[in-house]
Design a protein around this ligand. Structure first.
Ligand code: DHB
Ligand code: FE
Length: 287
């Protein structure tokens, strides 16, 4: 049977992709950002996941206002890096896992969650920047990736509770797949940032760190935080953080945690700023 071995949480920021692609990682501004990911790159070489289930948000690249799926699962064989206005990032194409993705779609939809099936899509910085941060600058991504897009751009967005419960359904789906695959689930986006309006530039270190504490130790309680709190406290784009609850929901849950089966915190990192964003990064391993 397939198994979820670990979850990886990380912010995405287009300027991080540009810093990598333009060879700026050694600059004083960027050094402390990339230092926070040295552990993950080494760790991944040991973990050797067979598949990454990557929860991310599209930024009006694959989906426009013409069509706004709340939850969309990528079932394609491959995905090209999107042109976000400056040409596509010079990173490898993303190889999918259509068979596992179709199995997850079947299981999760029959478990009462409505997913949009996406057989063709380009992937923007929401997906390619986390891949670059965790796997480094490589000629080919080391494993297939199942992109799972969440609408956090156009209201209404899904609640934390819905995301957390969906994570549990995804775990059940993966654990019922009849091949011994080592699957990781990644939650991406966030942390606090606001890109527009009078509060542009907003960062909230205290709220972000409390979010990380609760993500680790009280995910169920955290899932009840309403979307308006994210927007008020973490900025209009801070709502991206709700996606982390999908990945956390797929890990050992609160009841298991009480029995002493909590996931192990392998790495935790927080840095301000990268572009307009507070950067957070956590790695949890299932026991
Ligand atoms: C920035 C952050 C984002 O999440 C995004 O999608 C675009 C830009 C930024 O910090 O500049
Ligand atoms: Fe974003």
């Amino acid at each position: 049977m397939a198994k979820i071995s670990a979850s990886v949480f990380t912010s995405h920021v287009p300027a991080i992709g540009a810093a990598l692609d333009l060879g700026k990682t050694g600059e004083d501004y960027w050094k402390p950002v990339f230092a926070g990911y040295d552990f993950a790159k080494q760790w991944e070489k040991e973990q050797k996941p067979d598949v990454v289930f990557l929860v991310f948000n599209d930024h009006a690249t694959a989906f426009s206002l013409d069509m706004i799926p709340t939850f969309a699962i990528g079932t394609a064989a491959e995905y090209q890096p999107a042109d976000e206005g400056w040409g596509p990032r010079p990173v490898p194409k993303v190889i999918g896992h259509p068979k596992l993705a179709a199995h997850i779609a079947q299981s999760v939809i029959q478990d009462d969650f409505d997913l949009t099936i996406v057989n063709k899509m380009d992937v923007d910085h929401g997906l390619t920047v986390p891949l670059s941060l965790i796997f480094g600058q490589v000629d080919a991504w080391p494993c297939p990736v199942i992109p799972f897009a969440v609408n956090v751009v156009q209201y209404p967005v899904p609640s934390g509770r819905r995301c957390f419960m969906l994570g549990k359904a995804i775990r059940k789906a993966i654990e019922s797949y009849d091949e011994p695959l080592n699957v990781q689930i990644w939650g991406t986006g966030g942390m606090s940032h606001q890109l527009q309006g009078p509060r542009a530039g907003l960062i909230n270190r205290e709220w972000d760190n409390a979010f990380l504490d609760r993500l680790i130790n009280d995910p169920e309680g955290l899932s009840k935080v309403p979307h308006i709190d994210y927007v008020r406290e973490a900025g209009s784009e801070g709502i991206e953080l709700v996606m982390w609850l999908i990945a956390r929901g797929a890990m050992s849950d609160v009841n298991e945690t009480k029995k002493g089966n909590a996931p192990t915190v392998r790495h935790r990192f927080y840095h301000v700023p990268a572009s307009n964003t507070a950067v957070g990064h956590v790695i949890l391993e299932n026991n």
